[in-house]
Design a protein around this ligand. Structure first.
Ligand code: SAH
Ligand code: SF4
Ligand code: F3S
Length: 476
């Protein structure tokens, strides 16, 4: 008998008034599990946002606790895990495409163990599909029970059968999960989990559970340790970081947290993602006050039409967004601001779309991620009447992208001949003779420099500007 815990969107939507609970000892590894992976290799492929990237860092650490060794070639791995994203349809399609490839691999190497986890398997339709069409998969686990991976894996191996454990719960805060950091200079730090905003198009509140803030002391301990270990940069992670602390028993906000993290002395502090709704003056003042809080803000717009924003459940109007935007620009000088925009939301007219173009004209973003609306089963927008033809939506996307690219290039042009601080992280992927890194404002810079500079923040003079990157040389 296959033992299973299957997700359902109805439970995933529930929000009670119960406080979230911090658990310090939830991840336990028995001695027999510590050697389960001895002599075996693993490969984790990550889809989706920074939170998923960071979850993969947890998954990798857990697998290494079990004595598995990482390989960077999927074809050579004994255990393959896909950490999936459910945000848009094409994310789904990519994963199912990859499952086809893995099936092929498994035909020549039947011993391969395959796992699927992350946001997609929080959806009941996906788990049903796996259980009927992809029975050869060994384990399925969700976003709430990564810590239980060793037991899920062990059970599946013992029974030689598909083991599914996905919980549709609000979730707790688990504090003792190990992490294998991908980058030795920059670290992700979760400050909150889940989301309670329920924007009408978005699946995240269903796949990640309710908003749960980590208690400040755990976050600050983590950052202090990172400083000691030589990290230069932390990115504070959450779906809606500005709402940090609202669910805590103590009176402690994102502005308080930003200030305390800045005071640890870490050289660079970043945070994603900000929802315009909770972006208050306290936060702006703290960003402006501390030099080590980076002048880079991702401020998702989604639509420039107040009518569509209302249908999206975003709780701000075009005018309110612009007011906040202008305030940020004036109070945080030289700040770079990026955004996310959806075109083709159900009922979006040409007039609505022109409002979006108008906001882009006014804000002249440093860059923007642009998407065509993708209906997600279970969300309110999925049930809204959507009569705009696909071709029209595509045309809108192209038009929007042209405008976005124009301003991205303009914003970068301002950097020509300027000297900026760049944290050099490693070799450029395109040119192995160059090093790469990011400016304080999150611009990608390729620098001709000796490898001894890797891991350092250096002054770089920008010599050439392109739309998506810049070239520069180190100045002393
Ligand atoms: N928490 C962040 C967004 C996380 S999802 C915020 O509130 O800003 C990242 C982006 O994906 C969103 O900003 C949105 O632009 C896009 N997105 C989310 N759901 C989508 C959908 N159903 N179709 C198309 N784009 C979507
Ligand atoms: Fe999704 Fe809205 Fe939450 Fe962002 S704030 S994760 S878009 S529901
Ligand atoms: Fe995707 Fe889940 Fe992140 S749906 S965007 S991986 S929270």
């Amino acid at each position: 008998m296959i033992s299973m815990k299957i997700p359902n969107l109805k439970d995933a939507k529930v929000r009670t008034r119960n406080k979230s609970i911090t658990k310090e000892n939830e991840y336990i590894l028995n001695d027999n599990l510590r050697v389960l992976g001895k002599g075996k290799t693993y490969f984790v492929k990550t889809y989706g946002c920074q939170m998923n990237e960071h979850d993969s860092e947890n998954i990798k650490a857990i697998l290494e606790d079990m004595s598995f060794t990482e390989v960077d070639d999927m074809e050579k791995a004994d255990l393959i895990i896909l950490n999936t994203c459910a945000i848009r349809e094409n994310a789904h399609n990519k994963v199912f495409g990859m499952l086809g490839r893995i099936k092929h691999l498994k035909e020549s190497r039947p011993d391969i163990i395959t796992g699927v986890c992350g946001c997609m398997v929080q959806e009941e339709s996906v788990v049903e599909e796996i259980m009927t069409k992809y029975k050869w998969i060994d384990i399925v686990f969700g976003t709430h029970n990564i810590h239980n991976l060793p037991n899920i894996l062990n059970t599946s191996l013992a029974k030689n059968k598909l083991e599914v454990e996905v919980l549709s719960i609000e979730g707790d805060v688990l504090e003792n999960i190990p992490v294998k950091r991908e980058n030795p200079y920059k670290a992700w730090v979760n400050i909150m989990y889940g989301c309670d905003k329920f924007c009408t198009y978005c699946i995240v509140p269903y796949t990640r559970g309710k908003q749960r803030s980590r208690e400040p002391k755990y976050i600050l301990e983590e950052v202090e340790k990172l400083v000691k270990d030589g990290y230069k940069e932390v990115t504070l992670l959450g779906q809606n970081v500005n709402a940090y602390g609202k669910d805590l028993e103590i009176n402690y906000t994102m502005a308080n947290l930003l200030e305390d993290v800045a005071k640890t002395g870490i050289e660079r502090v970043r945070f994603v993602t900000s929802h315009p709704w909770d972006f208050n003056d306290d936060m702006i003042n703290i960003i402006a006050k501390y030099d080590n809080i980076m002048p880079y803000i991702h401020l998702p717009l989604q639509s420039g039409s107040s009518r569509i924003l209302k249908l999206m459940g975003r709780r701000y109007t075009k005018e309110e967004y612009l007011e906040l935007y202008n305030k940020l620009r004036s109070k945080v000088p030289n700040c770079s601001i990026t955004t996310d925009i959806i075109v083709g939301f159900p009922g979006e007219t040409e007039e609505d779309f022109n409002e979006t173009l108008d906001v882009v004209e006014k804000c002249k973003y440093d860059s923007a991620f642009t998407f065509i609306f993708s209906p997600r089963i279970g969300t309110p927008a999925c049930r809204m009447l959507d009569e705009t033809p696909k071709e029209v939506k595509e045309q809108r996307l192209y038009k929007l992208n042209d405008l976005v690219n124009k301003y991205a290039k303009e914003a970068n042009d301002n950097y020509e001949n300027k000297v900026v601080k760049v944290l050099l992280e490693g070799y450029s992927s395109k040119d192995k003779d160059m090093l790469m890194g990011y400016t304080e404002t999150m611009k990608l810079v390729n620098v001709k420099a000796d490898s001894k500079y890797i891991g350092q923040i250096v002054d770089v003079k920008i010599t050439d500007v392109k739309t998506w990157s810049m070239d520069g040389i180190i100045v002393d």
